[in-house]
Design a protein around this ligand. Structure first.
Ligand code: GCW
Length: 702
């Protein structure tokens, strides 16, 4: 294979690809790498079986005979209902991994072999088939398989920040794939493709519309459209949820207000829930952003988040629906923004209904390049909590920068909260291991749009993929996931895999370095969050939307003092972490300026001054992107020309942007430090004043 693909590439014949097939390319395989299946058994009408046949057809060039007479190696795909399955795997054993889990096993009977893909439920069967197909595609299939899998989180859900007018908030891959204006007349074939892609990585739910929700989504007209999308996703076991606007009873229902304690308001929601379930019987529930960034909520009526959430939960309860209530709340008050979610939600712990789950962003501020984990994780124990990750790269170079996020998510999920002993990582505190709640869940803000390759940057597909894989099993390593994805999305060739995997693995830290190293955060340009604007001051604007609020640069030093003598955000963490963060000597340097205001001449662990280290980090980030460019150029023989040149050109943008970040931040912070940029480092190539003039044409970047 290696030789063949190289020769073909060398004469430039790798067929152009637009990336639309994602990781489901099912590349034709050599006979020797295909499992020697001789026939297929199972329920021919099951989606799992059809999906297998589809993949097999593509990989082998012909379909696998169903019920064929050659029994040398049977592939049997079935649930507990199937008699042949029950003969080979005991019902009890199969029930163990649950209806989403599965067993894949090779059973030998004389000189006959059977590979069984089995589950207690149809969903598990589908996931099992995708697992098998993934093994074949990545060259990992063996003739003797023994696999049992079940998901770590019950609900693995995408959040689309898609507006009903087709735009996507913080979306960088074109317009929304939900084509509301064409529904109900036209049902895009993309809906099925979307469902297949998600199911293939274990995602089982989706919120179709933006958390900044308009009441319109709950009109009959839209609900009928939602139903049609739900119908397309259902065969792939993906449930539909909606974001709602808390003021809907007033805005849509004409009620006087939307006070959750008013009986007529609660009744309005009950009626609405009944209506929704009449139209979509397996509807999942609501996602709610309330009293956050100007949106309405229960506090408008002097009620708490719990009172608001519970009222909605009661309306959904008879139908089995849930409420995902977001903890992303902050106001322009005196209190450090990083503390506000904890301050508001901790006192409510234990007050929420059991069909409410609180959705908490990974960090306490807002999806910054690097944040410590939100202190609510581990601390809020009487209420179910679900992490919210951002797949779309709002704060990481949109779809222009190659940034593989599994590394970031792993750092977060494996952070030890210390709230429940030594093993109390964020993952263990949310996946049911340490705290028992009726439902466990994890959400990712989607990076999907109408672009041919779905995600804007070809490598941004890896983040969608990684979210699904980690939601299924957060113990997988970022490396394993990158490798799987690369094999299926590009090639199994080692000469490509190793360097490109290493590039992916270092790409997040690289971006942190050229954007916001050492715990710096939110020094983005106003509103669009693409480039640097550490100097940004807008008269009359909310201070907590402006960079100086976060970096606090002065002649004395830089950083946000969140120690006990500052905002005291450290106290929201469990001991001994609160002490570790509080102490300048023990605070991890990666988070130094998140928790401390530090003098420019502070000695870092490597002996450099803070200023020098900052300079080296920024420059290091730039050099790393240059290395990515060099590496990628060498990969030309292994990639089709279309995807090769698209990635190459985005790396050029990333390289220019990295220099922009470095020059802007170093030249600006130098006006405070008054220290020279270490002489070994490449000099800035821009003037600070010139950089201050840059105003982005957002349309170009969206
Ligand atoms: O990160 C911020 C974004 C907003 C977003 C908000 C949120 C959907 O800048 O665009 O609104 O977070 O998560 O609600």
């Amino acid at each position: 294979m290696l030789v063949i693909s190289f020769c073909i590439a060398a004469i430039g014949q790798l067929a152009a690809e637009d990336g639309s097939r994602l990781w489901l390319r099912f590349q034709p395989q050599e006979k020797s790498t295909l499992p020697p299946f001789t026939r297929l058994r199972g329920d021919a009408s099951s989606v799992a079986l059809k999906e297998f046949q589809h993949a097999w057809q593509e990989m082998s060039g012909s379909s696998l005979p169903e019920n064929g007479s050659d029994r040398t190696h049977t592939l049997l795909i079935g649930t507990l209902k199937n008699r042949e399955v029950r003969k080979l795997i005991k019902s009890k054993e199969l029930q163990e991994p649950g209806i989403e889990g599965y067993i894949i096993r090779t059973v030998e009977q004389g000189n006959r072999r059977t590979t069984v893909v089995a589950s207690a439920g149809e969903a598990g069967l589908l996931y099992g088939v995708y697992h098998l197909v993934r093994h074949i595609q990545t060259g990992h299939f063996s003739n003797k398989v023994e696999i049992t899998e079940q998901p770590r989180y019950d609900l693995r859900i995408l959040n689309h920040w898609d507006n009903l007018n087709g735009t996507v908030e913080r979306g960088y891959a074109g317009y929304s794939i939900w084509q509301w204006d064409k529904l109900p007349g036209e049902i895009s074939p993309l809906y099925r493709e979307y469902a297949r892609a998600n199911a293939s990585i274990g995602i089982n739910a989706t919120v179709l519309n933006n958390v900044n929700a308009t009441p319109d989504i709950l009109t009959k007209e839209y609900l009928e459209k939602v139903k049609l999308i739900a119908d397309e996703l259902r065969p792939f076991h993906i449930k539909v949820y909606l974001s709602i606007n808390f003021s809907s009873p007033k805005e849509l229902g004409g009620l006087e207000n939307s006070d959750p304690l008013q009986p007529e308001v609660a009744q309005w929601w009950k009626n609405k829930a009944d209506e929704i379930y009449r139209i979509i019987p397996d509807f999942g529930g609501f996602l709610v952003k309330a009293n956050s960034e100007g949106l309405p909520g229960p506090q408008d009526y002097g009620r708490t988040h719990a009172e608001g959430a519970n009222m909605l939960a009661d309306a959904l309860k008879p139908h089995g629906g849930i409420v995902m209530w977001r903890a992303f709340v902050y106001n322009p008050t005196e209190e450090d923004r990083a503390k506000q979610a904890y301050s508001e939600f901790m006192p409510l712990d234990g007050q929420f209904r059991d069909n409410v789950i609180i959705q908490v962003k990974n960090g306490p501020v807002d999806f910054q390049p690097r944040e410590p984990f939100s202190p609510l994780f581990g601390a809020m124990q009487q209420t179910a909590l679900m992490p919210e990750l951002q797949i779309t790269q709002e704060y990481l170079g949109f779809s222009n920068h190659l940034v593989y996020l599994a590394t970031q998510w792993k750092e977060f999920l494996e952070s030890n909260t210390h709230c429940l002993g030594d093993e109390s990582t964020v993952a263990n505190c949310t996946d049911g291991t340490l705290l028992s709640h009726p439902l466990t869940a994890i959400a990712g803000v989607a990076n999907i749009g109408l672009d041919d390759n779905w995600s804007g940057h070809h490598f941004a597909q890896a983040n969608w993929y990684a979210f699904g894989r980690l939601a299924w099993d957060h113990t997988l390593t970022a490396e394993e996931i990158a490798e799987e994805w690369l094999r299926m999305t590009f090639t199994n060739d080692q000469a490509f895999l190793e360097p490109v995997r290493e590039m992916m693995l270092s790409s997040w830290e690289t971006a942190v370095n050229y954007m916001m190293p050492l715990g710096l955060h939110h020094i983005f340009a106003w509103d669009h969050h693409y480039g640097p604007e550490p100097w940004c001051e807008i008269p009359g604007a909310r201070p907590d939307w402006l960079p100086p609020y976060y970096h606090n640069a002065s002649k004395e030093g830089i950083g946000f003092d969140r120690t006990t003598s500052g905002s005291n955000a450290v106290s929201q963490y469990c001991s001994p972490l609160s002490e570790t963060y509080n102490n300048l000597e023990t605070c991890p340097e990666e988070l130094l300026l998140w928790f401390h205001h530090v003098p420019w001449d502070h000695r870092m662990k490597n002996g450099r001054t803070l200023w020098d280290e900052l300079s080296y980090r920024y420059d290091g980030g730039v050099q790393q992107v240059r290395d990515f460019q060099k590496l990628w150029d060498r990969m030309e023989p292994y990639v089709d020309s279309e995807r090769f040149s698209q990635v190459q050109s985005r790396l050029r943008i990333q390289s220019r942007d990295a220099v922009w970040w470095k020059d802007a931040c170093l030249l600006y912070f130098q006006t405070f430090s008054g220290m020279p940029i270490p002489y070994e480092i490449e000099r800035p190539v821009h003037e600070l004043e010139e950089l201050k003039q840059i105003k982005l044409d957002l349309k170009h970047h969206n």
